[in-house]
Design a protein around this ligand. Sequence first.
Ligand code: ZN
Length: 325
Amino acid sequence: MNIITTVVGSYPTHTHKAQTFNEKISYSLGLFDPYKQAIVNAVTNFVECDIDIICDGQVREDMVKIFASKIFGFKIIDNTAHIKGKITPAARGISSKDLHFAFKTAKSLDNRFQLNASLDKIYAHQQRGIKGIITGPTTIVHSSIIDHFYSSKKNAIFDIAKALSYEARELEKSGACAIQIDEPFISTGAEDIEVSKTAVEYISNSVNIPVILHVCGDLKDVLEDLLKFDVDILDFEFSGMPQNIKTLKKAWTPECNKQIGIGCLNTKLESVDDESDVRKTVTDVCKIIDKENLLIDPDCGMRMLDDDIARGKLEVIQSIRNNGV
Ligand SMILES: [Zn+2]
């Protein structure tokens, strides 16, 4: 059995103050980027823990604002995204630069990192890759306030899907091995699932690399529909949401050709998970989906954890990756 690892997204962030002479000069010129060191820190931890598909650590702003601050039609007021007009793509790729910087950092530590790495070669442990992460259309619209232009959330969701498909293509061009779409709002039932599906598929059909759809929370009411979404990998939380294992058992059929990303580290637990618990989560899901290749990762976001706890958690999935289940 081949096991590979990935991270869902956010990693503990500390903005870095200008310290060295060069940094201080950059700072005085308005060119100093306080998040660069946070990307280096996240990526170094990922590489040292044998994470096969890394990301830039999502260290900038929150998952909505990072896109709403750049896509046309939005305005951030008092920390909330407001939709003020027709939504159209950002002037350039929003996270391409960070993806490239994270890739360069990873490559300098481990030569197996490749731009546009192939999933087959990653499963064979011959290559490692970096994925681009996009916050999904349903989640962005349901986290924003519509002030003008749209009379329904549905049309705003479709326009943002178009804007995000541009971002997905830019990330693909920058060397991403996959695109991950984060849609925590889908499991809340806040939106008609057919609307969410159309929007996600608009993005997934616009790129030629694998697409991962990450949906957190309790999947009871949505899993059957999610299994029909046209994406390659569905990534779910199973550790902090053990009921999702039962739900998966009920909905899964041998015809399901999707890969499941097994969230097996409880990110709400503020200590390092017990390896035997993590192993049990993986084997429980594994029995249901019956795959030769496994993809394991933490449950949602690690941003709120202490550095050493986040690192300790990654070392647990590193051990499972390297020693099997
Ligand atoms: Zn999540």
